[in-house]
Ligand binder design. Structure first.
Ligand code: NAD
Length: 352
């Protein structure tokens, strides 16, 4: 018998090609003096948004960096304070939105987010800050964007490789969302639909990054998966990726992509309904194998050894994973974890 609790969330969503043109109107409910936040690589996009916003822009702060180092957060907080802004407009991926969240955490300023990757941070109240190589995260409603504009036209410049990695990162939120301790019928519907949409869109984007229909479908999947991420708790897969990224500096999205088929295989028997829903969404016989084959189809690496992971470090990852117990459908077992990591390291298909 099912038991669940659903909390309302209050983010306004504006979705569709060309919707960034409404940014001026949408920003009206955010503030009258705005700071546009982005990564250095997205400065042209940030200028485009600032031009649309006109006189309400007090400045562009294009200094966001992955995982929000504390010095980057401090510079952002200073920029917002010096310009005396009353709202933030974040354009870019999780790094840009992460910096806006760090500023909001300190100042309480409202955020309008315009995501251009599929990582989903715009739909969550989770913030992250990195000090001395250690990332702290927490939840705070002040950092949840008030409005999100999803415009696929702003994503056609995202490379095929980054699109693929970011898209599978979004699928990871859905796979873990399906077997989450706090899953509910609504999040499971969203997760399955997001996996379907992303797995259809990502191969088309790999073939033609300017395919606007595929970009729209991928962004739709990203919205759903961000919503799942923002609503339910994650499990083994996220724990492993956090450890691999934090202790060995592996790239965030690629690590998620490589580990995902193996994490689902690990949980297949304990969470058969989740595995079946993943398979159905992928149109595959088997969920883990379907995910593994998708990585190859969209030219993502399938082996941790190919993204800088030393084999000698796998034992340490198992130790760290066992040292901090948390929810996972299948019990954490040293030998099975070692097998999972070795398969992921070598790039073998997931164990059955
Ligand atoms: P990212 O923001 O670093 O972007 C990835 C790459 O894409 C960068 O090189 C960036 O310059 C490029 N890019 C972004 N938009 C582009 C565009 N329109 N055209 C061309 N290139 C573009 O990476 P990400 O994967 O989106 O986010 C990762 C970060 O977000 C991590 O720090 C992760 O921890 C965080 N995150 C947080 C949450 C949360 O809920 N707090 C959720 C997911 C991810």
């Amino acid at each position: 018998m099912q038991r669940f609790v659903i909390e309302p969330t209050l983010t306004r969503i504006v979705f569709g090609a060309g919707t960034f043109e409404s940014v001026g109107k949408e920003a009206g409910s955010i503030g009258t003096k705005l700071l546009v936040v982005s990564t250095p690589g997205q400065i042209l996009l940030a200028r485009r948004i600032a031009d649309r916003l006109g006189a309400s822009v007090a400045g562009i702060h294009a200094q966001a960096a992955m995982h929000v180092p504390i010095s980057v957060a401090a510079a952002g907080i200073t920029a917002a304070r010096d310009a005396a802004v009353d709202g933030l407009v974040a354009i870019g991926g999780g790094s840009a939105i992460g910096l806006a969240k760090a500023i909001a955490l300190e100042s309480g300023l409202p955020i309008l987010a315009i995501p251009t990757t599929y990582s989903g941070s715009e739909m969550t109240s989770v913030w992250g800050l990195t000090r001395d190589g250690e990332k702290r995260t927490g939840r705070d409603e002040r950092v949840r964007p008030v409005t999100v504009i999803y415009d696929p036209e702003l994503t056609t410049g995202l490379s095929a490789r980054t699109s693929a990695a970011s898209g599978v990162n979004a699928m990871a939120h859905c796979v873990e969302g399906l077997y989450s301790e706090t899953a509910n019928p609504l999040t499971s519907l969203m997760a399955e639909e997001a996996i379907r949409a992303l797995s259809a869109a990502l191969p088309a984007i790999a073939d033609d990054p300017s395919d606007i229909l595929a970009r729209s479908e991928a962004l739709y999947g990203a919205w759903l998966s961000g919503t799942v991420l923002g609503t339910v708790g994650m499990a083994l897969h996220h724990k492993l990726c956090h450890t691999l990224g934090g202790s060995f500096g592996l790239p965030h999205a690629e690590t998620h992509a490589i580990v995902l088929p193996h994490a689902l295989a690990y949980n297949r028997e304990a969470a058969p309904d989740a595995a079946a829903r993943v398979a159905r969404a992928l149109g595959a016989q088997d969920g883990p194998r379907g995910l593994f084959d998708l990585l190859g189809r969209i030219a993502l690496p399938c082996a941790l050894k190919d993204i800088g992971m030393p084999r000698s470090g796998l034992k340490r990852v198992v130790e760290l994973t066992l040292a901090n117990p948390y929810y996972n459908p299948a019990p954490l077992d040293e030998a099975r974890l070692a097998q999972l990591l070795d398969d992921a390291w070598a790039g073998r298909a997931p164990s059955t």
